[in-house]
Ligand binder design. Structure first.
Ligand code: SF4
Length: 346
């Protein structure tokens, strides 16, 4: 049974980034429990009010340091402790980053994201990433990075180097979180997001669903994200990619329609955010992805790889967008404007 009395009336929904409000888990659950079509209608209305062009961002992501991570995120093939076949590498050379960024720009990219599998960057690593950020920025691209936990002083340095966005996901609700990660706590994540905000960077922050959490816990994640003040500019919603060797391999798959509901609830609670279909999109049919766009998703990862998780072929993405008549933001038909909402990094 739906308890409509618990759902805020549409006029009470936040309609801009400055309308951030505290969302209770109960209010978010009430959204989840709306009849599917009612939920999608509300989400689409709010989406169109805030994104009249209804365009879709296409995100590109480069792994600048793969694998060998000391953390124990149960979904992640880059954690050194799991035997997943991911070969740990070193930080890639600046020239490779620049070449990839140039290629992305040539394909119409407006933003370029760099991801490194670290618990947190060390001093010398920050210096190297600063150089990469400056080089990418000088190409005329927006920049973003996901490097693990960040101190405020480090965030300021990256900002000065030309960083626009920083990605750091909350991953799950606070109560489910200890079942997924034990090597850092939820407050560490909130602290990094605070440090990033203090430095004047834009925030890309989302989570992963399909890890065995309940609907209540999915609502708990969305309530946390929507209650950040302000809520993130970009909200990647990942669908667990099950990787053999990780503890979450074999988890019960999430009903695709529950994923669509999650997108809709994110859109309603964070009206001006770019809600991104991130890792795991390849598990969904075109019809489910179309429903996600209807529910208010307006950004996707584009290309063949999301750090280490396979993504759909770029050509298939372009064909789907064309089939749906969806415009992409930026120039060209192969735009890559992406926040660094990595598939597998925190
Ligand atoms: S998600 Fe990020 S922090 Fe966690 S194990 Fe993977 S690379 Fe490390």
């Amino acid at each position: 049974m739906n308890d409509m009395s618990r759902v805020p009336a549409p006029s009470h929904f936040p309609h801009s980034a400055t309308d951030t409000q505290d969302w209770s888990v109960e209010a978010v659950v009430a959204l989840y429990e709306l009849p599917f079509n009612d939920l999608l209608l509300r989400a689409q209305q709010i989406h169109r009010e805030n994104f009249p062009d209804a365009d879709v961002e296409l995100a590109t992501l480069l792994s600048i340091k793969t694998g060998g991570c000391p953390e124990d995120c149960a979904y992640c093939p880059q954690a050194a402790r799991y035997h997943t076949g991911v070969v740990a590498g070193k930080l890639i050379p600046l020239e490779e980053v620049v070449a990839a960024a140039k290629a992305a720009k040539q394909n119409g990219a407006t933003r370029f994201c760099m991801g490194a599998a670290w618990r947190e960057p060390k001093e010398r690593e920050v210096e190297k990433v600063e150089t990469m950020i400056s080089a990418v920025k000088s190409l005329g691209l927006e920049t973003c990075a996901t490097l693990g936990m960040l101190k405020e002083e480090q965030a300021q340095r990256l900002k000065q180097a030309g960083l626009d966005y920083y990605n750091h996901n909350l991953d799950s609700s606070p109560d489910f979180y200890p079942e997924i990660i034990t090597t850092r706590d939820y407050q560490d994540r909130l602290d990094t997001i605070k440090n990033v905000r203090q430095a004047g960077l834009k925030v890309c922050c989302g989570g992963i669903v399909g890890m065995g959490e309940s609907r209540l816990q999915r609502a708990g994640l969305i309530a946390q994200l929507a209650s950040l003040d302000p809520y993130p500019e970009s909200v990647p919603i990942n669908h667990l990619v099950q990787v053999p060797g990780t503890p979450l391999d074999g988890a019960t798959p999430l009903d695709p329609l529950e994923f669509v509901r999650t997108i809709a609830v994110a859109r309603i609670t964070m009206p001006t955010a770019r809600v991104r279909l991130s890792a795991g999109r390849q598990d969904f049919s075109e019809a489910v992805q179309a429903l996600c766009f209807m529910a208010g998703a307006n950004s996707i990862f584009y290309g063949e790889k999301l750090l280490t998780a396979c993504n759909q072929e770029a050509a298939a993405d372009r064909a789907l967008l064309a089939k749906l008549g969806l415009k992409t933001c930026g120039a060209g038909d192969a735009t890559g404007c992406g926040d660094c909402s990595s598939a597998t990094h925190a």
